[in-house]
Design a binder for this molecule. Structure first.
Ligand code: F6P
Length: 506
């Protein structure tokens, strides 16, 4: 792999790189000129993408092949945002009519709720992909929301989560959406049962039919739980949980921003899908950004990546990306079952600017570790305070500049800013439903490109199973008889400590 001189030299020798290393995808203007690249490095990275079969695997995904081999499933979240007249086949069947049938049912329901003055609050109960997507997007798009409706999101099995929410809403004016792909997730079912008891206590059994709907792939379990499947919105096993915000899992978001807003959101995804599917690799944003990530990870040994939105509404975007990226590419075996040769998915983290500047940016500027950064910003805010926005954006541009070029101060080492710290700058006119869809799809496909290069399956998540299994085993041990001694001594002692105290404290 060819290395590059510092960013200050790269810019001094080639000022034109700022025009050359910009790619436009939909409404996104993506400037990757402050990355450690020149034309040779870029050519090498694109050759590696080609050698890894990024194009053929991409085409296989769009064509509905079972690229999720450990679960023997197609990976077709791209079909969720396909236009009504598109044809996308999974196992020989065009899935687009089913997708639009559910979207139509969601739209009719969302319109009814939006027109019903009795409903003021929508509580989505779900976790992981059945929470993070709609929770992140509802916050991001609040400016486009119905003025009467507030969305709440309950995910944690910690009773503090549901308790806090139930204290803020009234039974008669609340709609609960129980969102779970499997409808077997203990956190979601526990929260849903608690919410149902709360509702029934106030309004009686009959209220469940009017105040609970479900989103799931598993009609049987929805019925078992006591929700009429007429009040269920379905999706399919070819939609991974962390890729499901654009399925019926986005129902709370659709109620908030309306069916037209949700369609614009889906169209945003589709714009980037088409870009990813058709743009030559040299101008293909997910490929370029994916390969820049590969360069950081594989060639430069950088193991984290910060995503720093300069938009307070995107406060949950880094958390959303943590699931998208780390549950997808946090893998140690290849598609053939062999151990991977190097590192895979980066540790993803971040906070909105400018808050992060007063917290962890010290490490970004002067720490010993280099953290590649994605900055995200918008020309026009969704609020009326333009002076705030100018300040916000000047901070964004200043941070990218300071990280890249630093400031030499040999006399006072503590004031020396070494620079040469890479960032990508993602800009768009305004954070709209469409632009949010474009941003999410961009990152989905970056994750895809990287998973392909590492030769891993980005679409399973077996790593979460062991903890779930052990928790199921320990739950009865916390209250049962006798004291368990089946674990390691540390776990046994912790359980004994808890048992002794749980009986005596409130
Ligand atoms: O939608 P479900 O089936 O409740 O699952 C919730 C989440 O749990 C996981 O399976 C991980 O435990 C995620 O992949 C998923 O998004």
């Amino acid at each position: 792999m060819i290395g590059t001189p510092p960013l200050s030299d790269l810019f001094a020798d080639d000022p034109g790189r700022a025009e050359r290393y910009v790619v436009e995808a939909g409404d996104l203007r993506i400037d990757y000129s402050k990355q450690p690249l020149n034309d040779d490095v870029l050519a090498d990275l694109l050759e590696r993408a080609r050698d890894a079969g990024v194009e053929s695997r991409r085409d296989a995904m769009f064509a509905g092949e079972h690229i999720n081999v450990t679960e023997d499933r197609a990976v077709l979240h791209t079909a969720l945002r396909a236009p009504r007249d598109a044809v996308v086949e999974a196992d020989g069947e065009n899935v687009v009519p089913d997708v639009h049938e559910v979207l139509d049912a969601m739209s009719a329901f969302a319109d009814r709720v939006r027109a019903d003055d009795r409903i003021t609050d929508v509580v989505n109960i779900g976790i992981g992909g059945s929470d993070l997507g709609p929770a992140m997007a509802a916050q991001a798009l609040e400016a486009f929301g119905h003025p009467r409706i507030t969305c709440h999101f309950v995910s944690n099995v910690d009773g503090a989560d549901i308790h806090r929410t139930l204290q803020r809403v009234e039974p008669a004016s609340t709609l609960f959406i129980v969102a779970s792909k499997t409808f077997g997730t203990i956190e979601t079912l526990t929260n849903a049962r608690t919410a149902r008891s709360w509702l029934v206590e106030a309004l009686g059994d009959d209220a469940v039919a009017d105040h609970f709907v479900a989103v799931s792939t598993n009609a049987e379990r929805v019925a078992e739980f006591g929700i009429d499947t007429a009040n269920m919105f379905g999706f399919w096993d070819w939609v991974g949980g962390r890729y499901s915000v654009d399925s019926a899992i986005g129902l709370s978001l659709m109620i908030l921003i309306g069916p037209d807003g949700f369609r614009a959101f889906l169209d945003g995804f589709h714009t980037i899908d088409e870009h990813f599917r058709t743009a030559p690799l040299e101008q293909n944003a997910p490929v370029l950004l994916g390969m820049i990530g590969i360069h950081h990870s594989d060639d430069l040994g950088r193991d984290t990546k910060a995503v720093l939105p300069y938009a307070q509404e995107l406060a949950r975007f880094p958390a959303y990306l943590q699931q998208l990226d780390m549950e997808s590419n946090g893998k140690q075996v290849t598609l053939d079952g062999d151990l991977v040769a190097g590192d895979t998915g980066p540790i993803v983290w971040g906070e909105p600017g400018t808050n992060g500047q007063h917290a962890f940016y010290q490490l970004l500027h002067q720490g010993t570790r280099i953290v590649p950064v994605d900055f995200i910003g918008f020309a026009t805010p969704n609020h009326p305070y333009r002076n705030h926005h100018d300040l916000l954006m000047s901070n964004l541009f200043a941070q990218a500049e300071a990280l890249a070029f630093g400031r030499r101060n040999p006399d006072e080492p503590h004031r020396n800013f070494p620079g040469d710290r890479p960032s990508t700058l993602i800009l768009a006119d305004r954070l709209t439903p469409s632009v949010l869809g474009q941003l999410i799809a961009l990152y989905e496909h970056i994750v895809f490109v990287q998973g392909t290069v590492w030769g891993i399956n980005s679409f399973d998540q077996w790593g979460v199973e062991l903890g779930k299994e052990l928790a199921n085993r320990i739950t009865p041990e916390l209250t049962g008889d006798p004291d368990p001694t089946q674990h390691d001594t540390s776990t046994n002692n912790a359980i004994a400590w808890y048992r002794a105290r749980r009986s005596t404290s409130g």
